[in-house]
Design a protein around this ligand. Structure first.
Ligand SMILES: [Zn+2]
Ligand SMILES: [Zn+2]
Length: 457
């Protein structure tokens, strides 16, 4: 009974209290219908106030933009315009619509010019040439980046005619080499013969045929990447085992790139038939080769040199690489002890006479497969320039990436270079110099080769 009374009392108090709450606002508010003035706007919101005297009522809110209206459609290469309007206050602003076509690049910062197999060799101990590079396959050429891009925004009736990829070592894209494709990617099986340690720039142009038949060109931005360390491998069609001696650290700087190349023969043994192709000859011209030094020495039963000419000197010697190349034959037959043999010493001495002349450059030198006689001459040139011993050994063994008919190992390198390693000297500049002086190369010739080839820091 008592409990019921308490409940009733609480209910009565609550009803009275809520009635009071409802009356309170009426006591303090205006007793008119608001008459709002014009909206005042800024970029975010709209506000308006009641125009009735003494009334301070305002109304405010964020703009309510719905879907924009297109004022002007974008063209393939022209911007459009769209308008956003607040549904409440009418405030509006416009925004440009980008042109329809967009050509974007998949950018990259660095590129190692070596193939996966070459990289594996270059990053493992020098004594270990990875399986697969055993001198039986031509795998000595440069690896290629896969240049990739995306074209978006083609309208109905528009089509891509061609993409042009331009690559230059200059920021303004001057002297760019160009490559055409209809695909959205481009790479080259045998690489681009990039310099190593060099910055490159690339840009793609899409030629698009519009619906009315006119052709327009859409250009991407210019992107850039840098190539990493050497050895600088190259592809010259029809010549195996082609490498630049340049791009490596040397005494006081580095060896210049594009000056002196080692390679395999330009024609096969005893045959007057070039193995270097028309494309390969074009590359030799692009490389600006002025001199070819041929170290092949064997003579067959008919008295013909390995290079195809008669050993009796009754024929004019010339380069299989083309008329623009001065050809020298300094024949020597290969033995591991070649640096101790008289014809080997003569081969080196004669070669240094040509190497010491600045007019000779750029030079290619080779024997048959560009491995041993070529490797020894490369070793002596790199040696007097102060190239790191391990790099010289690696360069020699790198020939295992070419089709040289068999493989070379560290033991072979040590045997071939013994005559130099046994010289007096605290480093290979001194040892190589001592050897060269001992066979009749002059100090002036050695200095000249160093001056021509070392690019000072
Ligand atoms: Zn009011
Ligand atoms: Zn608004």
């Amino acid at each position: 009974m008592q409990k019921k009374n308490v409940t009733r009392k609480i209910l009565r108090t609550a009803a009275l209290f809520s009635a009071l709450l409802m009356i309170l606002p009426l006591l303090f508010s205006c007793s008119h219908e608001h008459a709002f003035g014009e909206w005042v706007t800024d970029e975010q919101k709209h506000t308006r106030s009641c125009t009735v005297k003494k009334c301070e009522e305002t109304e405010s809110g964020e703009h309510e933009f719905g879907e924009p209206a297109t004022v002007k459609e974008p063209g393939a290469q022209t911007e459009g315009l769209r308008e956003y309007k607040c549904a409440v206050c009418g405030y509006s602003y416009t925004e440009t619509i980008p042109q329809r076509l967009s050509l974007t690049l998949e950018e990259f910062d660095e590129f190692d010019t070596h193939t996966a197999l070459q990289k594996k060799y270059l990053s493992s101990p020098v004594s270990r040439v990875p399986a697969g590079a055993v001198g039986e396959l031509e795998q000595s050429t440069q690896g290629s980046p896969i240049f990739t891009w995306h074209l978006e925004g083609l309208a109905e009736g528009e089509e891509l005619t061609t993409y042009t990829l331009a690559i230059s070592d200059k920021e303004d894209m001057s002297d760019a080499k160009t490559y055409k494709t209809r695909f959205y990617q481009y790479d080259r099986n045998n690489g681009f013969n990039f310099y190593i340690r060099r910055r490159y720039y690339w840009q793609v142009t899409a030629t698009v045929k519009l619906a009315d038949g006119t052709e327009i060109e859409e250009k991407s931005k210019i992107s850039t990447f840098r190539t990493l360390d050497g050895p600088r491998t190259l592809s010259v069609d029809g010549i195996a085992n082609f490498r630049d001696l340049g791009g490596v650290d040397a005494d006081g700087g580095q060896i210049r790139q594009g000056m002196i190349f080692r390679c395999g023969r330009l024609n096969t043994n005893y045959k007057k038939q070039a193995s270097v192709s028309a494309t390969g000859k074009k590359t030799l011209i692009e490389l600006g080769i002025k001199t070819e030094i041929d170290l092949r020495g064997a003579i067959n039963d008919s008295g013909v040199y390995q290079n195809g000419f008669k050993a009796d000197g009754s024929e004019t010697m010339y380069s299989w690489g083309g008329d623009q190349i001065n050809y020298y034959l300094f024949p020597a037959i290969y033995y591991d002890s070649i640096l101790n043999n008289s014809d080997g010493k003569k081969m080196v001495k004669d070669a240094f006479e040509v190497l010491a002349n600045p007019e000779s450059y750029p030079i290619i030198f080779h024997c048959s497969i560009g491995t041993d006689r070529t490797g020894i001459l490369a070793f002596l040139i790199e040696g007097i320039c102060g190239v790191d011993y391990e790099y010289m050994e690696r360069d020699y063994l790198f020939s295992n990436f070419a089709n040289i008919g068999s493989s070379r190992d560290e033991t072979k390198f040590l045997a071939v270079t013994a005559a130099v390693r046994n010289q007096k000297g605290s480093n290979y500049i001194e040892k190589c110099t001592a050897y060269l002086l001992s066979i009749g190369v002059t100090r002036a010739q050695i200095d000249s080769v160093r001056n021509i080839l070392i690019e000072k820091d």
